[in-house]
Design a protein around this ligand. Structure first.
Ligand SMILES: NC(=O)C[C@H](N)C(=O)O
Length: 334
């Protein structure tokens, strides 16, 4: 019989509900996130050792709504160091689900590796009935250790699905079937085996022009939400706080209220980049020069990126260019 060498998978733990604990098994939604250390999480799923040689590292212990740009950079740098190491075959990141889609997209843009990087969380703490963290983690390690996950960009395994870190988003906060992509999952992971159906079409990791090793800090980019009867207060406040770009979390096709248009035109003249995205629930798709004359206003459209993902790409892109045409190219390509 052929000897099978198991892959080496590192689990970087950041906190979240997958490391959460509640007072009783009935507490599926009332609990404290970021309580349980990575060694205990690994010990809770002994089957991981059948999939890979697993080692854990506690990078931080926080609920993901509190992640800062500094935390993102710290995590990104550690991922890059490990990806460069010959004895690492894949990396799993345990993460809170609230901003998991932001971290996954950030890593997808800046990590120069074709080794699998899989971000995973859970919707229920490990102390709850039908907790989803164990299986999600098992699936993440399975995918991170598999050769066929290489070169597919940063991935997310939740609810048995393998999602692209670029496309996936938290769509609901009270179901275990919480993470969806408007364009569908890339594959499924069942009993530790991956089944693939499609590939990401956008630039990522090895094919990205961005590299965590060249990023010293991330610029200030804020998001302003739009709705009926909106005024320009939030946009002005963001500009005053020093925002280099403002993500317009717009209605519909990234449409802009007539009460806000003149302010956004003036802010652009002052050097602030204006990026139109959409906050519609199942995935926006903003078309250039459709709702607004973007060429005339010198604004950028966020394509299909939701506002929080548009913020991530804008921050990364602004580390390289201040040119709005270049920004628009980047928003089409990534
Ligand atoms: N399900 C979760 O992980 C939610 C938690 N607030 C977090 O993002 O850390």
């Amino acid at each position: 019989q052929e000897a099978v060498t198991k892959p080496n998978v590192i689990i970087l733990a950041t906190g979240g509900t997958i490391a959460g604990a509640g007072a009783s098994a009935a507490n599926s939604a009332t609990y404290t996130a970021a309580k349980v250390g990575i060694d205990k999480l690994i010990a809770g799923v002994p089957e991981l050792s059948q999939l890979a040689n697993v080692r854990g590292e506690q990078v931080m212990q926080i609920a993901s709504e509190s992640i800062t740009n500094e935390n993102l950079l710290q995590l990104g740098r550690r991922v890059a160091e490990l990806a460069d190491s010959n004895d690492v075959d894949g990396i799993v990141i345990t993460h809170g689900t609230d901003t998991l889609e932001e971290t996954a997209y950030f890593l997808n843009l800046v990590e120069k590796t074709d080794k699998p990087i899989v971000v995973v969380g859970s919707m229920r703490p490990g102390t709850a009935m039908s907790a989803d963290g164990m299986l999600n983690l098992y699936n993440a390690v399975a995918v991170a250790g598999s050769k066929d996950a290489r070169g597919k960009g940063v991935l997310v395994t939740m609810n048995d699905e393998i999602q692209s870190g670029r496309d996936v988003s938290k769509m609901i906060n009270i179901k275990t079937e919480a993470f969806k992509s408007p364009w569908g999952p890339l594959g499924m992971v069942v009993e530790g085996k991956s089944y693939w159906f499609r590939l990401p079409a956008k630039r990522h990791t090895m094919d990205s022009e961005f590299d965590i090793k060249n990023i010293k800090s991330l610029p200030n980019v804020g998001i302003a939400y739009s709705y009926g009867n909106v005024d320009d207060t939030a946009y002005k406040a963001l500009a005053q706080s020093g925002a280099k770009a403002i993500i317009h979390a717009g209605t519909g096709n990234g449409s802009v209220s007539s009460s806000v248009v003149p302010t956004l035109q003036a802010l652009r003249k002052d050097g602030v980049q204006i990026i139109r995205s959409s906050h519609v629930n199942n995935g926006g798709f903003v078309l250039r020069n459709a709702e607004q004359p973007d060429d005339k206003n010198d604004w950028v459209v966020a394509h299909d990126l939701n506002p929080q993902k548009a913020r991530i790409l804008a921050m990364v892109a602004l580390t390289k260019t201040q040119d709005s045409k270049e920004l628009q190219r980047i928003f089409w390509e990534y």
